[in-house]
Design a protein around this ligand. Structure first.
Ligand SMILES: [Zn+2]
Length: 48
């Protein structure tokens, strides 16, 4: 089974749930930084 993963286009964190990726992306573009509470749910990061 292939698991769909969602990426925050701003910071590059990968999420299993699309809602989390969208929340991260929204926060990242508004604050120009990541929300630690959100990235705790991240599956991983694109580069590293
Ligand atoms: Zn992000």
């Amino acid at each position: 089974m292939v698991r769909a993963l969602y990426e925050c286009e701003v910071c590059g964190y990968i999420y299993v749930r699309r809602e989390d990726a969208e929340e991260c992306e929204r926060f990242c573009s508004e604050h120009n930084a990541c929300n630690r509470e959100i990235i705790k749910r991240a599956y991983g990061r694109k580069n590293g």
